[in-house]
Ligand binder design. Structure first.
Ligand code: NG6
Ligand code: CA
Length: 515
């Protein structure tokens, strides 16, 4: 390594440190660093492996994110825990797989998925003295199942370890289309109470189904054809709350301002900022200052917007004098999808760009592109800039940060989170030896081997996803096996040649599920 971390007096010495993958129970609290680094996680929505300049993007430029990669570590084999949003976010914050909870993509009125008594990444950091905030997309549910959106809405982020939250409650394509700050919807008027329904139409706003002439982009399915807000038909119905409606084109500034305010306010103490982008999820409505700035239409322009926001937050870290003492992790919640609910021409305008790089599948898929996402770690002067091919998982951020801070985790805390601090900091190459990937089935990586569990997921869903989204779900009623060392794009299923390997890999998945 360029700089020995122990030599800086910032790291527990090698003898005190558990080896890669081990839980940090052996770390002594004396390992706490004199100056705790801030932690910023940039979590982009639906950004694919090939969507950044440094990962080979064509037709769109991402100079701000690329700069983080040039001065940090760019991972080529780093993964979310799942090929969709909710389970990936759950795993990042809870340090455990979401499949044991059967967590699926949530509706906009779903209850909070994380238990209020559960250990979480922000809670662990709070224990270490951090101020914690989440800004942006939440999509982990709110309340106990029957939310009155006009009252204090809880439990939510503040009940699971965040000191501050400024949210888009679910996703951009789901009602309620309002901002929520801490427990309350912003700018709500008492005279015009808001309600949300996912079963039947409520209120008088037109819907995409009834008034298709009123929408800016046609929805591509019935699900996205409900209440029209800001010229976009959404998922679910919303009544009232007119004064609180968001304007999608303002997201870029609103979220940037909230994040930068939090940074300024907390520059003198360690802070954790979970900056959770709406971009580049649908509906893609980048501000007009970013429109036409890529060669790929709205999806590319949304990437440009995302890059600009990243640059603004980085600039603020520099202005406040905390950039050098901040660990930045930049990554995505699942692989890329072009068409995902609206006819915004993402497929037609993609050109030469390969949103998932050389990897097969994409968002929703059991193939590699479902979970293999751009991942960059930036920590000036502490890490050796470069490229790492280590097998990495977002689920390990929890235990790895805990070890860095000398926080001992309970045996039942973040049970799937392994310590791979050295690999995150580029001090050695070894990452995970095994990694589970969740989609509508489960896959398992063991080194270069990739097993996909047989599934009865069904041809209908696969055909739909292919026809509408041009994504192969990767599911089959037969077990599949690929050797990524010579077949990274999963073109040659070699399951028939390795029956014992299949049995062994399936047994590992069963054990993981039963953990
Ligand atoms: C899917 C929606 C998709 C998107 C996704 C959530 C359909 C057919 N598709 O169910 O449009 O909203 O949920 O994306 O309704 S995620 O990134 O938050 O997981
Ligand atoms: Ca997503």
């Amino acid at each position: 390594p360029l700089i020995s971390l122990s030599a800086c007096g910032l790291e527990p010495s090698a003898s005190e440190r558990p080896s890669a993958g081990e839980r940090p129970s052996t770390v002594k609290t004396t390992a706490v660093h004199s100056q705790k680094p801030n932690v910023v996680i940039f979590y982009v929505d639906d950004l694919g492996y090939g969507d950044l300049g440094v990962y080979g993007a064509k037709g769109v430029q991402t100079p701000n994110v690329d700069a983080l990669a040039h001065n940090g570590i760019r991972f080529t084999d780093a993964h979310t825990s799942a090929a969709t949003c909710t389970p990936s976010r759950y795993s990042l914050l809870a340090g455990e797989h979401a499949f044991r909870k059967n967590a699926r993509i949530l509706k906009g009125d779903a209850p909070l998925l994380i238990g209020t008594d559960q250990p979480t990444l922000p809670r662990m950091l709070k224990k270490a003295g951090y101020q914690t905030a989440v800004v942006g997309k939440w999509h982990l549910g709110l309340g106990n199942g029957n939310v009155d959106w006009n009252q204090a809405i809880k439990p939510g982020p503040l009940e699971i370890g965040f000191d501050y939250s400024f949210l888009l409650p679910a996703t951009g394509d789901r009602v309620p289309t309002v901002y929520m700050e801490n427990h309350h919807i912003l700018n709500l008027s008492k005279d015009d109470p808001i309600s949300v329904n996912y079963k039947k139409k409520i209120g008088h706003r037109p819907t995409g189904n009834e008034n298709p002439e009123l929408v800016r982009y046609q929805p591509s399915d019935d699900g996205h054809s409900k209440t029209i807000i800001n010229g976009i038909s959404r998922m679910g119905w919303m009544a009232g709350g007119k004064s609180a409606e968001w304007v999608d084109e303002d997201f870029y500034q609103v979220f940037t301002d909230k994040a930068n305010h939090f940074i300024a306010k907390n520059k003198n103490e360690p802070f954790f900022l979970f900056f959770s982008f709406h971009d580049i999820h649908v509906p893609r409505l980048p501000n007009k200052r970013f429109q036409g700035k890529s060669e790929m239409g709205l999806r590319g322009d949304a990437i440009v917007q995302m890059d600009w926001i990243t640059g603004q937050v980085v600039k603020q870290l520099k202005t406040q004098g905390v950039f050098d003492n901040t660990i930045i992790i930049f990554t995505s919640d699942n692989g890329a999808v072009l068409s995902d609910g609206y006819e915004d021409k993402a497929i037609e305008l993609v050109g030469e760009h390969k949103e998932n790089g050389i990897y097969r599948g994409g968002k929703y898929s059991a193939f590699e592109a479902g979970t293999r996402v751009p991942t960059i770690l930036h920590f000036p002067n502490r890490v050796k800039p470069g490229v790492s091919d280590a097998l990495m998982s977002q689920i390990d951020i929890y235990a790895s940060l805990a070890q860095y801070l000398g926080i001992e985790l309970a045996a039942d805390e973040a049970i799937d989170s392994e310590v791979h601090l050295d690999a995150w900091l580029n001090a050695d190459k070894s990452g995970r030896t095994e990694l589970a990937e969740e989609s509508s089935t489960l896959s398992l990586r063991v080194d270069q081997w990739k097993y996909i569990r047989p599934s009865n997921d069904g041809k209908k869903r696969a055909d739909y996803t292919w026809q509408r989204k041009r994504i192969e779900t990767g599911t089959s009623t037969k077990a599949q096996l690929y050797n990524l060392a010579d077949d990274p794009s999963e073109q040659r299923d070699i399951a028939a040649k390795f029956p014992e390997r299949l049995t062994a890999m399936e047994a590992k998945l069963v054990a993981l599920e039963a953990k």
